[in-house]
Design a protein around this ligand. Structure first.
Ligand code: ADP
Length: 379
């Protein structure tokens, strides 16, 4: 991965402006900073002081955040924002203090999904005040800064990176900090991803644990089961490997459609609706079928599917989230899916994904609880 002192728009593999190789290494070819680096300008005392100041501002801003989780996907429309929002909703309803940061700058959908559309953030002495979807869930999104919620955001790289940095440094997540900051990133692997990881590395150098020297605690990668999405996700997994971001797991979304038989609609060959007749017949002849769930695959699974891909990349497979109309409904309503539709087909898999996340990234109170249980001290 690039040096953490790399300029924001540096090539991947940047050796850092302070290196002897600055401007000369093979990674420098085509980098917009090559000439400046070779001249040593980035290495001046002023430039170094500026960089150190920026790093300390970042460290300060995120010092009270226990875990930063990036949610990634290879391409758009596979359910990344849905998974980000519903994980955040679920964690917050379990009592954790959660921040949901929408840096999918070109397609911010989090405010709608979190039920805070049309709100605006306020600037205070402490920084930008996020919008609270509930007392435990603070949301920050580019769309809060736009006058028109539907306005297209067409920004060039440096401006986007500047905004991401501002989000990370200037959002006031509250006096008590956060247990989890869930970051909904743009699809694919772009400059923004590299910037986020670099900013987090600058912000949280103390997070070094074992071989992980990334400021992000980990990434959840969302994919649908067909090759078109998986091919892009492989790039995402390689990005995590190169940048030392631990992959917390792969979520296979929209894997099959599951519907309660009582909610199905039936049609005759001529397409006329016969739902009432079929439901009446089932109620008379085999009522137990009405409470069963019908399922069918929608996307053709490619090869061994996301599970096989997880094995190949030696990362956890977090399970399948089926297409579930109530999940879509919860996102449209801006409500917590697992709380409002606990019996719906995707609720149990989503709960398991959240369980796995908490297990992989426990917060201090949970660690204390486990220690107490282990000590046999029941006073
Ligand atoms: P992305 O962030 O990857 O672009 P979204 O999360 O915006 O994708 O999802 C696209 C649409 O699909 C949204 O309307 C969302 O509510 C819906 N959706 C995502 N996953 C599911 C699912 N498992 N069941 C039903 N609808 C889903």
């Amino acid at each position: 991965m690039s040096s953490s002192s790399a300029p924001e728009n540096a090539n991947v593999g940047c050796v850092g402006p302070a290196s002897q190789e600055a401007g000369k290494s093979s990674a420098c070819a085509g980098c917009p900073n090559q000439t400046t680096c070779a001249s040593g300008a980035f290495n001046s005392p002023e430039a170094i002081a500026k960089k150190q100041h920026e790093a300390s501002v970042l460290q300060n801003a995120l010092s009270d955040v226990s875990h930063v989780v990036l949610v990634l996907s290879g391409k758009g429309g596979v359910g990344k924002s849905t998974v980000s929002t519903q994980i955040a909703q679920s964690l917050s309803s379990r009592g954790y203090s959660v921040g949901l940061l929408d840096v999918d700058i070109c397609g911010p959908s989090i405010p709608r999904m979190a039920g805070v559309i049309g709100q605006t953030v306020h600037q205070s002495a402490q920084g930008w005040q996020p919008v609270y979807a509930n007392p435990n869930l603070a949301v920050m999104s580019i769309s809060f800064l736009l006058e028109e919620g539907d306005a297209a955001v067409v920004w060039r790289g440096p401006r986007k990176n500047g905004l991401i940095k501002q989000f990370l440094t200037e959002t006031d997540w509250g006096d008590d900090g956060l247990d989890y900051l869930i970051v909904d990133t743009p699809p694919g692997t772009s400059d923004e991803h590299i910037s986020i990881v670099q900013y987090l590395n600058d912000a949280r150098p103390m997070m070094v644990n074992g071989s992980n020297n990334s400021g992000a605690s980990g990434a959840i990668v969302v994919t649908t089961p067909e090759e078109m999405s998986m091919a892009d996700v492989r790039k995402e997994l390689n990005f995590c490997k190169k940048t030392d971001v631990p992959v917390l797991g792969i979520v296979e979304n929209m894997s099959g459609l599951q519907v309660k038989v009582s909610d199905l609609q039936f049609r005759r060959d001529d397409a006329s609706d016969c739902t009432d007749d079929v439901i009446a017949l089932l109620r008379e002849k085999c009522p137990e079928v009405l409470s069963m769930t019908a399922s069918t695959d929608v996307f053709a699974t490619s090869g061994l599917g996301p599970k096989g891909m997880a094995e190949r990349f030696k990362c956890p497979y977090l399970g399948k989230l089926p297409l579930d109309k109530n999940l879509l409904k919860a996102c449209e309503e801006g409500s917590s899916f697992v709380e409002n539709y606990p019996e719906s087909p995707a609720a149990s898999p989503l709960n398991k994904i959240v369980d796995s996340l908490i297990l992989a990234l426990p917060v201090e109170d949970d660690i204390d609880d486990v220690a107490m249980e282990g000590s046999g001290d029941d006073t």
